[in-house]
Design a protein around this ligand. Structure first.
Ligand SMILES: [Mg+2]
Ligand SMILES: [Zn+2]
Length: 446
């Protein structure tokens, strides 16, 4: 059975009316809609806890007995409205004490997860301050900012890259958004400021060793294999530029210096910013993308495998991603049935139910084309600084939540994973129209 998921609620400004150093039970007042929102979250089968910073204790504004009385009053008000919390966790320390439990540090959430048996990464964190959003991001949870308390001011002040997954009016709307996320259907989070348009940044996975191709391309990373007279990556950059992408981050690892040299030359050529995010040690596709996240904006991002190509129409892809509200849109190419590729299992509406490994007994007519549109919130779920795989550690989880959608295409799909496939790609690109990217005139744009 799936682990029970929890909602981690801030107290002041989220659940109850914000009062500066609330210190007595009679000051506790539920915010409008708070009890209803919690009831609706409960009805979704979710656990509910409160995590709150109470530095008033450290300052001596009230003592632990008073705090206990305040929380007893909160429980009483909620019980009268037909809802119960699973626990309240608080940090009693002053901010300057540098304790390990004050939000946004994740200690209290981790402790609650152990005590109550839930995974913080699968939780929803709801609050009204930047520290609540940061807390949620620190544990890899879905983050929601309510506009009650300090929430409206927080929403206005947050940098694009620090935004929550959704901004909502109150706990009633938070419950509606969470219900939508769990069901994989509307209502979904309102688009974030940076999510409004099509992807302007692309991440290309160039870090793999490409062992199977070693026989054909011994001296360079696979994405730099020559295809139709140019490095294969040029074909991908051309696709990015044609789709309106203005900045590309090449996620490098194996023989990174060659990727870096290539990036510098293409960056100098103008038209497209081309930079490198180099992994210090092999991190896998997931880890490489998570690492690169520190260098990019609010998203969504076009993500490409560096050793495959699908001539998908980017405009239609962006539109589909925006329309579905997905956290991940995966391009699925229709192919001649083949047992050589993994397959996608789709629902009637296009949601991806599961990814299946390649199976000699079950040829597939759909291939994961290695082209994705991914929301920042999706990539943030990957563990930082640790190896992981997109296909194993992120996409299956998004499928289970109904947050991964397929974009079907009949456009040709090529990968250069083996010498035979490289030869086929060569024939395809040799027939393609002339390139849109041009070589740099020698250094005169510096
Ligand atoms: Mg608060
Ligand atoms: Zn503390």
């Amino acid at each position: 059975m799936a682990e029970r998921r929890f909602v981690i609620l801030d107290r002041d400004g989220t659940l109850i009316v914000e009062r500066n150093y609330l210190s007595a039970p009679d000051q506790v007042e539920l915010l409008p809609g708070a009890a209803r929102g919690l009831r609706e979250l409960r009805a979704l089968g979710l656990g509910l806890i409160v995590v709150t910073n109470q530095s008033g204790l450290g300052r001596g504004f009230f003592d632990r007995a008073a705090l206990a009385a305040i929380h007893a009053r909160l429980a009483e008000l909620l019980a009268a409205a037909g809802v119960q919390l699973d626990g309240i966790f608080f940090c009693p320390h002053l901010p300057e004490a540098g304790c390990a439990c004050r939000k946004p540090k994740p200690l209290l959430v981790e402790q609650a997860g152990r005590e109550l048996g839930f995974a913080p990464r699968a939780a929803f964190v709801v609050g009204d301050k930047p520290c609540d959003v940061e807390l949620g991001r620190a544990v890899g949870a879905v983050t929601l900012l309510v506009r009650t308390g300090y929430g409206a001011a927080t929403e206005a002040a947050l940098e694009p890259a620090a935004r929550p997954d959704a901004c909502v009016a109150d706990l009633v709307e938070a419950a509606a958004v969470i219900r939508g996320l769990l069901a994989g259907s509307a209502p979904r989070p309102a688009p974030r400021a940076g999510d409004a348009g099509p992807p302007r940044e692309a991440l290309i996975l160039c870090g793999g060793e490409g062992r199977r191709l070693r026989a054909a391309v011994a001296d360079r990373p696979k994405p730099l294999a020559t295809v139709a007279g140019r490095p294969f990556l040029d074909h991908l950059l051309e696709q990015c530029a044609a789709g309106g992408v203005t900045r590309v981050l090449l996620c490098s690892g194996y023989r990174s210096e060659q990727i870096e040299e290539f990036a510098q030359a293409r960056d100098r050529a103008g038209g497209l910013r081309v930079e490198v995010s180099r992994e210090p040690a092999p991190l896998g596709t997931g880890g490489a993308l998570r690492l690169a996240l520190a260098r990019v904006g609010a998203g969504p991002f076009l993500v490409l495998n560096g050793d495959s190509f699908c001539a998908v129409a980017c405009g239609a892809l962006w539109a589909a991603h925006a329309r579905s509200g997905a956290l991940a849109t995966v391009v699925a190419a229709r192919i001649e049935p083949s047992a050589e590729v993994g397959s996608l299992e789709l629902a009637a509406d296009g949601r991806i139910l599961a990814f299946r490994e390649k199976d000699p007994a079950r040829p597939s007519a759909l291939a994961n084309a290695g082209v994705y549109v991914l929301a920042r919130a999706a990539l943030e779920r990957l563990a930082p600084d640790a190896p992981s795989a997109l296909e194993r550690d992120l996409l299956p989880a998004l499928c289970r939540e109904g947050a991964a959608w397929a974009f079907l295409t009949d456009e040709p799909f090529w990968d250069i994973g083996t010498p035979e496939r490289l030869a086929r790609a060569e024939a395809f690109f040799a027939r393609r129209p002339p390139a849109r990217l041009t070589e740099a005139p020698p250094d005169d744009r510096k």
